[in-house]
Design a binder for this molecule. Structure first.
Ligand code: NAD
Length: 472
């Protein structure tokens, strides 16, 4: 049992004012493996005050000083790969391929922020004006459980690179990962107060950040419902906001696609991070002219997926993060059947042979209409929908008929044609015949998938305000 008792405020581990605790579970066994002490609004205020005091010095630090600071943070995270891996396995149950990525990615995102900072133009000339890009102020950084350490590191590194100071409100379900990041920050000996972390619930610590007049900006990754609450709360003090929210991403398989290749890629896109991914391609659009062939290939690909013990190298889908999430996914599978969709693979209940652990059967529905609940709402589990289309115009219309717009995948043999189709999809990111991610390109959602962009120079600008200076 690990007991996480302290927050990280003003360069030190400190006792919590909030006295409630939450249990931490191993989703593969359902066992309680630890507890986390939950901070409250007082803890949040202490952290905000420390960040406010540390802000002028951080804003004044040179690029070289900020790079040195981030380099120490990166190295400290790299040194803690084993500890982070143990945390990711214990509290999240990510299968091997994913858990390795979840350990490397936090280091990579700090590196990415350093690359952007190294030659970022903080001063520019426009006609007769000089434009200075200034740190926006104290930033509140709020992260979800599905990749907690990566989101903390990416947001924090970018905020510090921009000259901001920060208070992080990590997911309360990911306290083991957060603890590793706190220890890395402490080992990196960053100036006191530039980076603070307060464990706690969203309605308490998160809400305190959104409401505080001393917090200039919220960078949030999580659900669309919470994003909306933050936007409302932040309006009072005109917060700058970056919101990375949910998705219901389309995978558009074109009529010239090879069935095997398309099915493999589509299922990988749908089951990324055990289906608990904002970018998961959960609506698979197939041409009616080849529907049966694509359904067979997709069903075979889903049936081949191993959902089970994350320690087993053959497993690609691990447990859902919590019992609540497991129940939610089961509910959607039930709704899919009730609304008339037809199961091609999976269904309710646990995979065969597993009597405990929050495991879901990898599930594929067909005969799905785009107005069914399972095609409209983010399920956040390994549940995919096949939707037929008659021609490409209808395919693009279905792809775009969603409140979301985070990611999309187009698969086709003629790459130029597939790219032309991709350009018609209203989505912050569109991939063509690949799942590769470009870390320096802007990442974020259109429509209700978010506001603003993270990553690369775009991510940095989100922590800056432009000041125009005209002299003489
Ligand atoms: P969530 O919205 O429930 O919680 C996210 C964070 O917000 C947590 O730290 C939570 O404590 C906090 N929070 C809750 N209420 C709050 C409030 N009123 N004020 C401030 N903070 C509050 O999301 P989750 O269940 O942890 O994560 C899953 C969601 O995240 C999915 O919808 C997924 O699509 C989304 N997500 C989006 C991206 C992206 O980049 N677009 C990436 C990963 C996950």
């Amino acid at each position: 049992m690990q007991r996480i008792e302290q927050h990280y405020i003003n360069g030190a581990f400190v006792a919590s004012h909030g006295q409630d605790t939450a249990d931490l579970h191993n989703p593969a066994t359902e066992e309680v493996i630890g507890t986390v002490r939950l901070g409250d609004a007082v803890d949040a205020e202490r952290a905000i005050a420390a960040a406010k005091v540390a802000l002028p010095a951080q804003a004044a630090r040179s690029v070289a000083e900020r790079l040195a600071m981030l380099g120490r943070f990166r190295d400290a995270m790299a040194e803690r790969r084993d500890a982070l891996h143990a945390a990711v396995l214990a509290e999240y149950g990510a299968p091997a391929a994913r858990s390795r990525w979840m350990v490397e990615h936090p280091v990579q995102v700090i590196d990415d922020a350093m690359r952007v900072l190294a030659d970022f133009p903080f001063q520019r000339s426009v006609g007769q004006a000089q434009v200075h890009l200034l740190p926006v102020g104290v930033a509140g950084l709020v992260t979800p459980w599905n990749s907690n350490a990566s989101f903390i590191c990416g947001k924090l590194a970018t905020a510090l690179a921009a000259g901001c100071t920060a208070v992080v409100k990590p997911s309360e379900m990911s306290a083991l990962q957060t603890q590793v990041v706190m220890e890395a920050l402490h080992a990196a000996q960053l100036p006191a107060g530039v980076a603070n972390i307060v464990n706690g619930l969203g309605q308490e610590v998160g809400a305190a950040l959104s409401a505080s007049p001393d917090v200039a900006k919220i960078s949030f990754t999580g659900s669309t419902a919470t994003g909306r609450a933050i936007l409302r709360a932040g309006a009072e003090t005109f917060k700058r906001v970056t919101l990375e929210l949910g998705g219901k991403s389309p995978t558009l398989i074109l009529a010239d696609a090879d069935a095997q290749t398309a099915a493999t890629l589509a299922v990988q896109a749908g089951f990324i991070n055990s289906g608990q991914a904002c970018v998961a391609g959960t609506r698979i659009l197939v041409p009616e002219s080849r529907r049966a062939e694509f359904e067979d290939a997709l069903a075979a690909a889903v049936q081949a997926v191993r959902s089970g013990d994350p320690n087993d190298a053959a497993t690609t889908v691990g447990p859902m993060v919590s019992e609540r999430q497991w129940q939610r996914v089961q509910g959607y599978i039930r709704t899919g059947v009730e609304e008339g969709a037809r199961l091609l693979a999976g269904g309710e209940g646990r995979p065969e042979g597993l009597s405990r652990g929050w495991y879901v059967r990898p599930t594929l529905f067909t005969d799905v209409r785009n107005d069914m609940t399972i095609a409209r709402e983010e399920i956040f589990g390994p549940v995919l929908c096949v939707i037929g289309y008659r021609d490409e115009a209808e395919a693009v219309a279905i792809a775009n008929d969603t409140p979301y717009g985070l990611s999309a995948l187009v698969i086709g043999a003629d790459e130029a044609h597939a790219t032309a189709v991709a350009r018609q999809i209203q989505s912050g990111r569109v991939l063509v015949n690949t799942l590769r991610h470009e870390p320096l390109a802007p990442f974020g959602g259109m429509k209700q998938s978010g506001i603003g962009r993270e990553c690369g120079a775009w991510g940095m600008e989100a922590f800056l305000e432009a000041q125009t200076l005209v002299v003489g």
